[in-house]
Design a protein around this ligand. Structure first.
Ligand code: ADP
Ligand code: ADP
Length: 237
């Protein structure tokens, strides 16, 4: 479903973020990408929803090249991809529900959503998404009144409100304690299984990757140095 063909990314300053990546990720996989800081994990993830352009090669989603997509085509691709960040990226002073509704913005072309007036179906979708991560009761709290783990669950709900085919999570638990880490990883795993959403997660802990991944990809200096099952993954990955 997601294919990388000879993908390289060189940043404007000459740093090579990815070097000739070839990968096929299938529908419903829960892929964890591991590697040290600077290995290229974030560069790889950001290439999938075109947060930046790649320098060489091509990335296809469902057989369609995203490399030259623009305008409405690019918006449609992004709408199908939920993003989760280490730092949650919520609007802190806004309510939880408003934050989750922002996942619906790309689905409407009208001014109404810009003004914050979402159709009732969107509110239902948003509440269902909150239910799925067990924080429906926080819908009317201000985002910054929630704990880190709860805020990350809000950002998962925001991604779900997009009704995505793909979820990309860039170090989603890096700022969380061990207990909350487990809850957030459990949520991501449950969503992957129940909704069959292709999920790609960057982590820097191999132990966590082994527990949750259906497939582990190891990156080093922008190259794939391991690609296999959690059972095959050693500490060297
Ligand atoms: P990871 O997510 O595994 O920590 P990154 O994808 O962030 O790795 O980085 C891969 C390489 O690209 C590193 O050498 C990093 O310094 C470099 N890099 C990342 N972002 C930029 C940028 N905006 N400009 C220049 N170099 C960058
Ligand atoms: P990080 O905190 O992951 O190191 P930045 O602080 O540079 O990275 O911001 C994250 C990047 O993702 C920015 O380029 C920003 O425009 C983009 N971004 C932020 N929120 C979203 C979102 N909800 N969907 C898509 N892209 C986003």
């Amino acid at each position: 479903m997601i294919e990388f063909h000879n993908v390289s990314k060189v940043y404007p300053n000459g740093t090579r973020g990815l070097n000739n990546i070839n990968l096929t990720i299938h529908q419903g996989e829960m892929v964890v990408i591991v590697g040290l800081s600077g290995a290229g994990k974030s560069t790889l993830l950001r290439s999938i929803n075109r947060l930046h352009d790649i320098t060489e090669g091509d990335i296809q989603i469902n057989g369609q090249s995203i490399t030259n997509a623009s305008g409405s085509g690019l918006r449609r691709i992004r709408r199908g991809i939920g993003m989760i960040f280490q730092s949650f990226n919520l609007v802190k002073r806004s309510t939880v529900l408003r934050n989750v509704l922002s996942g619906r913005v790309g689905h409407h072309s009208t001014l109404r959503t810009v003004l914050g007036m979402f159709p009732a179906e969107d509110t239902e979708l948003a509440m269902d998404a909150l239910e799925r991560v067990n924080i429906r009761d926080k819908a009317y709290s201000r985002a910054d009144q929630l704990s880190g783990g709860q805020q990350q669950r809000v950002s998962i709900a925001r991604a779900l409100a997009q009704q995505p085919q793909i979820i990309l999570a860039d170090e989603p638990v890096a700022s969380l304690d061990p207990l909350t880490t487990r809850q957030v990883m459990d949520d991501l795993q449950r969503i992957n299984r129940e909704l069959n959403i292709t999920t790609i997660i960057n982590l820097h802990f191999i132990d966590l990757a082994r527990q949750y991944a259906t497939r582990i990809i190891g990156l080093r200096a922008g190259e794939v140095v391991f690609d296999g099952t959690p059972e095959e993954a050693t500490d060297e990955v």
